[in-house]
Write a protein that binds this ligand. Structure first.
Ligand code: HEC
Ligand code: HEC
Ligand code: HEC
Ligand code: HEC
Ligand code: HEC
Length: 392
């Protein structure tokens, strides 16, 4: 048995060495000493065409990084996140920072333009390319601006993840929209505020990042420090595949999968069950909040609402309460009877659910935002908070 294992692993070693050599050769071949018969299509992988990076500037130790990256969402050139601007043939400046490596470099001034803004024009067709994270200038970025106005200190590659996964709004965006309008009076000027997508960094920084709507008189948990050595995005996410390797979690946690992990000894969702992952408490409370948002729309605001997660702006009117969005010119009618109270609760709900990794990124903050939003709606709805049995 030991002998068999040894043979197998040396076979693997030989195989990886072959891959290593092939990879190195192919990449160097693009730049120097490419023999005439070595045409582009013999290269077994493709580097993105856009971006002012030069493959020769990236220290390629093997081709594993490239093939890992190539299969990841960051390299998925067909994704809506990278194709959205195809018709305009140029990525809108305010969007480009996060939707193309070229835009990212422009925003941070890594392309020689002013830092803090996208001068553009930014070409379509870009992805989160190698030069987004492998860029000498990245080390000089000391802080990243968040939508709340917070300037958060960063180190190295963190500057990249924190720039793009921070969302586009803050609790202060909601405060501003609410102005001093009456809390329970529908106002057709109010529009749903979408925190945007994959907002992991916003979750992670918690109340300190200010992404959520914070209710008066409540304290919010700050950044989720977790435990050393879990200190950054790439402590858990392999930077090229973007996947979370579960094995290292087992040093400190006992569970069958990340979703089953729980440290908390109390039940937040009123079930009393502390054998399931903390993710379940967050999901249950989010579902309770969405139900209450619907009840509030129908009973307090007077115009029923439907949620369609596949369609921007996600919330639509349903005047006859048949559970189907009202249509106008073949389009669903965006919800138009928001009150400040429903707007802020719905914003928090969307912020929590916009991050599929919320339970690992910052469970306390998620649970606080959900609890406070539920509590806020319970007043006008006449819901008995005690009976729900939730904990904050
Ligand atoms: C702060 C960074 C950031 C900015 C600025 C930004 N986005 Fe995004 N956006 C993201 C991230 C990250 C995703 C990836 C979500 C996912 O699919 O995992 C995303 C996803 C999207 C998607 C795909 C949504 C889906 O359902 O697949 C669209 C469309 C989009 N953004 C449009 C825009 C537009 C339009 C702008 C400018 C008005 C913009 N974004 C500005 C970070 C940003
Ligand atoms: C989202 C950011 C990001 C992108 C995009 C990215 N990398 Fe990396 N890369 C990293 C980080 C972070 C490390 C350091 C990993 C570590 O320290 O364990 C790394 C490490 C590497 C290494 C060292 C070997 C290793 O795996 O540790 C190589 C080689 C590499 N990257 C090449 C590339 C190439 C080529 C591309 C484009 C095809 C690319 N990277 C795209 C973030 C990125
Ligand atoms: C230039 C902006 C940008 C940077 C920098 C960036 N991302 Fe992303 N990230 C995106 C976009 C856009 C998507 C969605 C792509 C898609 O829909 O295919 C995404 C997707 C992801 C996903 C989702 C993967 C999936 O399977 O849906 C993870 C996880 C992720 N990024 C983590 C990171 C980490 C960790 C870093 C830093 C090492 C980082 N990102 C840096 C823009 C960025
Ligand atoms: C404690 C480990 C941990 C840390 C630290 C961490 N994540 Fe995650 N992340 C997860 C887990 C677990 C998931 C959910 C499982 C999955 O999607 O792979 C997740 C999910 C995500 C997703 C959604 C992926 C999808 O499927 O759509 C994104 C984007 C993301 N993380 C980005 C980040 C960024 C950016 C940071 C740093 C600000 C970060 N993560 C820090 C563990 C972590
Ligand atoms: C070095 C030890 C250590 C490692 C490694 C570690 N964690 Fe943790 N984790 C902790 C500690 C300690 C807490 C409690 C932190 C707190 O509440 O402030 C925690 C909390 C959590 C929670 C919240 C549980 C709850 O009930 O609130 C989740 C989810 C989680 N970790 C996921 C992960 C995942 C996923 C990984 C691997 C990618 C991981 N952890 C790796 C130590 C670790």
């Amino acid at each position: 048995m030991p002998r068999y294992l040894k043979t197998t692993s040396s076979l693997i070693a030989v195989a990886s060495l072959a891959m290593f050599l092939a990879g190195t050769h192919a990449v160097l071949g693009q730049d120097e000493a490419a023999s005439p018969d070595e045409t582009e299509d013999t290269v077994p992988f493709a580097l993105p065409k856009s971006g002012p990076f030069n493959p020769a500037d990236i220290e390629i130790k093997n081709d594993q990084s490239i093939s890992d990256w190539f299969r990841s969402a960051h390299a998925d050139a067909a994704a809506e996140a990278f194709r959205h601007w195809d018709e305009e043939e140029e990525i809108t400046a305010v969007c480009a920072t996060c939707h193309s490596g070229e835009g990212f470099r422009d925003y941070h001034g890594l392309d020689g333009t002013a830092a803090g803004s996208v001068e553009g024009p930014i070409n379509t067709g870009g992805v989160v390319d190698c030069g987004t994270c492998h860029n000498a200038g990245l080390a000089e970025i000391e802080e990243v601006a968040f939508p709340s106005g917070l300037m958060h200190p960063v180190q190295g590659v963190e500057a990249s993840c924190m720039t793009c996964h921070q969302g586009r709004t803050a609790g202060s965006t909601v405060v501003k929209a609410m102005a001093d309008l009456d809390l329970d009076t529908p106002n057709s000027e109010l529009r749903f505020i979408n925190p945007h997508y994959a907002t992991a960094a916003a979750t992670w920084l918690g109340g300190y990042g200010g992404s959520g709507y914070h209710y008066d008189g409540k304290d919010y948990s700050g950044r989720f420090f977790h435990a050393r050595p879990v200190s950054s995005c790439v402590s858990c996410h392999e930077p090229h595949t973007l996947e979370v390797a579960f094995e290292p979690c087992l040093t400190c946690h006992q569970a069958n999968e990340p979703e089953d992990i729980r440290i908390a000894r109390q039940s937040y969702d009123g079930s009393g069950d502390t054998n399931k992952g903390i993710k379940s408490d967050i999901q249950t409370n989010a579902a309770t909040l969405l139900d209450m948002i619907k009840d509030y729309a129908a009973d307090v605001a007077g115009t029923p609402i439907v949620y369609d997660g596949t369609r921007y702006p996600y919330f639509f009117t349903d005047a006859n309460g048949d559970g189907v969005a009202d249509q106008s010119d073949g389009q669903p009618v965006a919800y138009n009877a928001w009150t400040p109270r429903s707007l802020r609760a719905t914003y928090n709900w969307k912020l929590v659910t916009a991050d599929p990794g919320n339970y690992a990124h910052n469970p306390p903050y998620m649970l606080e935002l959900l609890y406070d939003s539920i509590e806020d709606l319970s007043g006008p709805l006449g819901t008995d908070m005690q009976a729900l049995g939730l904990l904050r």
